[in-house]
Design a protein around this ligand. Sequence first.
Ligand SMILES: [Ca+2]
Ligand SMILES: [Ca+2]
Length: 164
Amino acid sequence: MRIRLVATTAVAAGALTALTAVPAQAAEYDSALKIRGIQYNAPGTDSNRCSTGNTDEEYLTIKNYSRSTTVNLKGYVVKDAAGNKFTFTANHTLQPGDYVKLRGGNGSDSDAGNVVYRDNCNFMWNNDRDTIYVYKPSGSRADVHSYTASGSDSDGNGYITYHG
Ligand SMILES: [Ca+2]
Ligand SMILES: [Ca+2]
């Protein structure tokens, strides 16, 4: 985040410290689970054929950033800008530092393998721009990030890192 100081002479040392301490993400939520990153554009030519397509190469990674709390994904909801929605319906525990890849397509969900499939062969995340919403089972928001391919993916590999 670039901060442009206009009236440099008027800025006291204390104010400058406060400015530089402001995090790049303006709105952060009190949530253990946040978005680690997203492969919004699956490598190769997109094909949503269930048998031979590459929807499973499009994935969202959600990580537990808490140092002490284990979280069950059951009841968590992911939405895109258009309102397409996926609900984690099965128990899947994320220990501190643990993560899950929510992949498109069909496959075997695995807690040990850190993967859940959307069981839908259509792509969810737009290749040009979209917004990723994560909601707690209570309905309150856990995390949200918007992206554009031109502005958020500088190396153009279809992957964007958020909380890392
Ligand atoms: Ca996509
Ligand atoms: Ca990238």
